[in-house]
Structures are given as structure tokens and as C-alpha cells.
Design a protein around this ligand. Structure first.
Ligand code: AFP
Length: 340
């Protein structure tokens, strides 16, 4: 396969992609450079004083890790200077970050989770950066407000993630398929390794934290039970795989086929609508999975059609191979109809 970098790939497909403007290319370049910087730090984390907690708690009520904070600072600093954004939102910051008036600005808005799965960092488990890109709704003359950011996922113009794993990969979509690039450390470039990724229509893997079984409603239990004995067919067997790091669980299922669930539960009030965040986790992964031929719902409704009400809103997430997601929907609809 010829060696094609992300930016070359974007330029080759310029005609198909309205996103391939110089300004979008600039934004993606900053994202790529930020990813390389974070990757360097993740790789040497055990050698420098960057493992462990900072002693602070973030907006989600979670303990902040030093690498989390590092990744957030790199992204905010680099992306603010890209000259093409008017606002940024991070999982680590309570409020919207407006690009300062003395910096060049543009019409794009980026929402990101700087280092998802960070509670796994100290144990060397794969983690990732997830991002979602919109265009502002208001015109350039008007001040940017939260309304510019609280858009349905269907309006995303691009979405992607960088996974820091056994190799480092960038996977992204601008609405023309999903493409994966692997970082070649010898040249320091992300090279096209997984063109036009398609998720199998039905998978063989289900990923869910079954430790929460007793905190689920009956419909969720029925759905998860199905994957243990699908259609009472002893020949069709699903494997259970759960890393507890969303990007890693999602990436595996995207490539092999499968379903990931993080349902609502009663274990703690914060998770009564699920744990994962609509804007910086569910929306970008939903755009990617749909572009790859899969589906993403909150159990019943399409994730990309949900109207966000606040920046850090949480949502139940059921995402992956189409037939598996539809299967869960049947149980959830039946549960809703019976009030279970
Ligand atoms: P951390 O970023 O705090 O590690 O949370 C990771 C995460 O948001 C997501 O990456 C996982 O899929 C999910 O939480 C795991 O949550 P449980 O530990 O409750 O299964």
C-alpha cells in the first residue's frame, strides 16, 4: 500500500469532501500534532513523574490524573491557536472556552475528551482522545454562546479519536466513510492503514460492565442475557470483552464487529442517565459507527438525533454492529411498553 498521510488523504479526497478546506486541514493538523505530543508523554509515562493523581476533582466529580491534565492543556493551548475555531469544550472544563479576541478565530467548534479511560493509565491499558467538530450556528458578527455548541450530533462535520495502544492510531470521518491511520514512529507520521472501515453487520462480541447487573432495569438485563444465548442457538456464541476504556472497547468492536453498552443504572445518581457524555463521547463515536455501517442509540433513540440540553449531559449508549444494536432496541422497547 502506498504510504499516505492523513493530510494527503484529506487532500486527495478534496472533491468528495466539503470539509477539505484549508481551514479544516489546519484544524486537523493541530489535532494530529496534539495527538503526537500526548502520545509521547503516554509512552514515557512510567519514566517521568506523570502517573497518578493531581489531587483535584473535575466537573464530572472524577479525580484528575496528571496525564489527563497534561493532555487537556496541550489540546486547549494548540487548538486555540489554530485560528479556525471560535470555541472549544473539554470534558475536563466546566464551561465553554471561547477563543480570546486577540487570537485569530474561525467558525469551527471542537468538543473533546482529552484522555478517555484515564483511570486505566497507571496499569498501561489503551486510552484515547475523542473529538467532535461542528460549525457555529450564529454568524461571525454575533458572540458565540452555548447554543452554538448544543447542536444535535447529526450536525457534526467531523469526528474522530486517537487511540494510544499497542500502536497509536487516528480514526476519523468527515462524513465520507471512516479511515484509520497508524502512527509510524520512525517518520513521525500517521499513515493510512485502515481505509474505508466497515463494521460487520452482526458481531461476535458484547462489551458491558456486568458488575452492574443488580443496578440495571429488567429490560437491560434481558438484552444482556440475549448475548449469552442468542435466539437459544447454541451454535451462535458471543464473546464477552470489556476493557473499561471506551475508545479501546469501541475500536476493537469497530474492527471485529460487536456491541458496546453503557446503560443507565441505579448504582449512583450520576449514572441514572448512563455514565458517558453525549457531546464528547457518544456523538463522535456515533458518527463514526454510522459512517462505518453500524448504529448508535440510547437503547431506543438514535444518538445523533438527541438534542443536548447541557454541555456535560450524560446518556445511555448502545453502539456497534447494526443487527446487535437493533436486537437491544427490541428489549428496550418491550421494557418501555411494559413499564419494566
Ligand atoms: P475514566 O476516564 O474515568 O477512566 O472513565 C472511562 C469511561 O468514561 C469510559 O472510557 C469507559 O467505557 C467507562 O468509563 C468505564 O466505566 P466503568 O468503570 O463504570 O465500567
Amino acid at each position: 500500500m502506498p504510504q499516505i498521510t492523513v493530510i494527503e488523504h484529506l487532500l486527495y479526497h478534496q472533491k468528495e469532501s466539503p470539509m477539505a478546506t484549508g481551514r479544516f486541514t489546519r484544524l486537523l493538523s493541530e489535532m494530529i500534532l496534539s495527538g503526537k505530543i500526548i502520545n509521547q508523554e503516554v509512552n514515557k509515562a512510567g519514566l517521568v513523574e506523570i502517573l497518578g493523581l493531581t489531587g483535584e476533582t473535575n466537573i464530572q466529580g472524577e479525580k484528575v490524573r496528571k496525564l489527563d491534565e497534561f493532555a487537556n492543556q496541550v489540546l486547549v493551548h494548540r487548538l486555540q491557536q489554530a485560528g479556525v475555531l471560535c470555541a472549544l469544550a473539554s470534558e475536563e472544563n466546566a464551561d465553554l472556552i471561547l477563543v480570546p479576541e486577540d487570537c485569530p478565530r474561525g467558525d469551527y467548534i471542537i468538543i473533546f475528551d482529552p484522555l478517555d479511560g484515564s483511570s486505566n493509565i497507571d496499569a498501561n491499558v489503551s486510552i484515547g482522545t475523542i473529538f467532535s467538530i461542528f460549525r457555529r450556528i450564529s454568524t461571525g458578527e454575533e458572540p458565540v454562546t452555548l447554543n452554538d455548541v448544543l447542536q444535535k450530533g447529526a450536525r457534526q462535520v467531523a469526528a474522530g479519536y486517537i487511540i494510544y495502544g499497542s500502536s497509536t492510531m487516528l480514526v476519523y470521518t468527515t462524513g465520507n466513510g471512516v479511515h484509520g491511520f497508524t502512527l509510524d514512529p520512525s517518520v513521525g507520521e500517521f499513515l493510512l492503514s485502515h481505509p474505508d472501515i466497515k463494521i460487520p453487520e452482526r458481531g461476535k462480541i458484547y462489551s458491558v460492565n456486568e458488575g452492574y447487573w443488580h443496578y440495571w432495569d429488567q429490560a437491560t438485563r434481558n438484552a444482556v442475557d440475549y448475548f449469552k444465548n442468542p435466539d437459544n442457538d447454541s451454535k451462535r456464541v458471543y464473546r464477552s470483552r470489556y476493557i473499561g476504556s471506551l475508545v479501546a472497547d469501541f475500536h476493537r468492536n469497530l474492527l471485529y464487529g460487536g456491541i458496546f453498552l453503557y446503560p443507565a443504572d441505579t448504582k449512583d445518581p450520576a449514572c441514572s442517565h448512563g455514565k458517558l457524555r453525549l457531546m464528547c463521547e457518544a456523538n463522535p463515536l456515533a458518527m463514526i459507527v454510522e459512517q462505518a455501517g453500524g448504529m448508535a442509540t440510547d437503547g431506543i433513540n438514535r444518538i445523533l438525533d438527541l438534542q443536548p440540553k447541557e454541555l456535560h449531559e450524560r446518556v445511555p449508549l448502545v453502539i456497534g454492529s447494526k443487527l446487535d444494536v437493533l436486537q437491544v432496541e427490541k428489549f428496550m422497547r418491550a421494557g418501555a411498553a411494559s413499564g419494566a
